[in-house]
Design a protein around this ligand. Structure first.
Ligand SMILES: [Mn+2]
Length: 346
């Protein structure tokens, strides 16, 4: 992770790492790691809103000796040691407040990607939490479909599903729920509208729960009347389903994000490729979108115990859209699908 120095500083200015390392939910925490001749000391700089929370969670982690402070982080400008930073969370303004208004220089080393990769490899407890969040989402969608969506607007369906997610045990929503019917579904991230859902509409529902900080992410495309898709709809559904299954089979340790994305684009073939207009997937954990990203140009490497979505879709402007998304745990043999819902619900 780090170079060979026996003395260095690392500054991690992202609350997700405080949550990851200490279990403390916070909106303000800078972690300062100070290694002096191989001796480690860790300080967390926060404010009074979180001081006691940190004290409580750190008391449970006796093996980790951490100082908690509500002071400002000391300026590190004069540090003789190399300083490691996380470029993906450290903004220029934070940097300048820590370094007395100077700008980054080449003696600062970026550990952003390394930290993301470490956090992408989930332990059993983390996988269980994502799995539990997914179970909550599964049960909520089934409850929604039992009540039916025909005659309700997209906004009403979103509100109903959001309530069901909370009633089924979600701590919060993973992200603003998407409900997009008929021609609105050709926009992958449509904002729910007052459009009333009719029986012949195909509806994209993209939703998730959080459970103890961990997210789920699921998309289903349903036929509002629960009856069979028309022949032309079925062709689109089948193409997306095939692409989805191909994507899952390509998701293997050592593969690179862009490669997996590309192989699914190729699977779609010349005819459908232009209508797959977003990335294939992303890691899921304490953040809804995290390493490894399965998108064009991504150099992220897939590892065992990653949890990632596969979410191909086809979008026909003014007509319809189809997306099928699930979360998978990357495993030695076959990847484990976390949702118990069929990929196509009829
Ligand atoms: Mn997603």
């Amino acid at each position: 992770m780090f170079r060979e120095e026996s003395s260095f500083l690392a500054v991690i200015d992202d609350p997700f790492y405080s949550l990851y390392l200490t279990g403390t939910e916070t909106s303000n925490a800078t972690i300062l790691i100070d290694v002096e001749d191989g001796e480690l000391s860790v300080s967390i700089f926060t404010d009074n809103r979180y001081f006691e929370k940190f004290q409580n969670s750190l008391a449970k982690l006796q093996e980790l000796r951490v100082k908690i402070s509500t002071d400002k982080i000391p300026p590190l400008t004069t540090s003789k040691k190399p300083v490691y930073l996380d470029s993906s969370s450290m903004t220029l303004s934070r940097f300048q407040s820590i370094f007395d208004n100077v700008s980054p220089d080449p003696t600062h080393y970026d550990i952003g990607k390394t930290l993301q990769k470490v956090r992408s490899i989930k332990d059993d407890d983390e996988i269980e939490k994502i799995s539990k969040a997914t179970e909550i989402a599964d049960a909520s969608l089934l409850a929604l479909l039992k009540r039916g969506v025909i005659g309700r607007s997209e906004v009403e369906v979103r509100r109903l599903l959001d309530i069901l997610l909370l009633e089924h045990g979600a701590d919060a929503l993973s992200f603003p729920t998407i409900v997009a019917a008929g021609s609105n579904a050709s926009m992958p991230h449509a904002t729910p509208s007052d459009r009333v859902i009719g029986g012949e509409d195909m509806v994209i529902i993209d939703f998730g729960a959080t459970f103890e900080g961990y997210h789920s992410d699921t998309t289903r495309t349903i036929k509002a009347n629960n009856r069979d898709f028309s022949a032309s709809e079925a062709r689109i559904i089948d193409a997306v389903l095939e692409a989805h299954e191909h994507g899952v089979s390509e998701l293997k340790p050592g593969r690179i994000g862009a490669e997996v994305d590309l192989s699914v684009r190729e699977k779609f073939g010349e005819e459908n490729k232009p209508f797959f207009i977003h990335g294939l997937g992303h890691g899921v954990g304490l953040e809804i979108h995290e390493y490894p990203f399965l998108v064009p140009n991504s150099t992220d490497e897939i590892s065992l115990r990653n949890v990632a979505t596969i979410e191909p879709g086809l979008y026909f402007s003014g007509n319809c859209g189809v997306r099928i998304e699930d979360c998978y745990v990357i495993s030695e043999a076959e990847n484990t699908r976390l949702s118990g819902l069929p990929l196509v619900i009829t």
